[in-house]
Design a protein around this ligand. Structure first.
Ligand code: SF4
Ligand code: SF4
Length: 107
């Protein structure tokens, strides 16, 4: 795969690695509009995105092929951890490396 370029406006849409690397857990109150079928209950107050709490995580809301073209089917309702990861940050680098993708070069 070629190195994403600084001029690439939406690198996340060609990636999705962080949606298939971490357990995406959050307080219920953080995602009030998320459909219950996308949430796995962990404790009375904490849940995680379905599919993200397994040995090879992959959020159930992620569609497409990682490293090629992906989409989040609950983008507007996604919980806070999804908004915290930024393209090019440490979590991003970790997730991309785990999927054999080079670190983003955002210039
Ligand atoms: S934040 Fe990084 S790992 Fe996550 S989708 Fe965007 S480019 Fe990929
Ligand atoms: S809810 Fe969307 S942004 Fe968050 S991990 Fe799942 S696919 Fe990724």
């Amino acid at each position: 795969m070629s190195q994403p370029r600084p001029s690439d406006l939406k690198p996340c849409q060609q990636c999705g690695a962080c949606c298939a690397h971490f357990r995406v857990s959050f307080y219920w109150a953080d995602a009030p509009d998320l459909a219950p079928n996308f949430i796995e209950k962990l404790t009375p107050h904490i849940g995680c995105m379905s599919g993200s709490n397994q040995a090879r995580p992959r959020c159930q809301a992620l569609s497409g092929v990682i490293g090629e073209q992906v989409a989040c089917s609950v983008y507007a309702q996604r919980p806070s951890p999804c908004k915290e990861v930024q393209a090019g940050d440490e979590k991003c680098r970790k997730a991309r490396a785990a999927h054999g993708l080079p670190a983003l070069n955002l210039g």
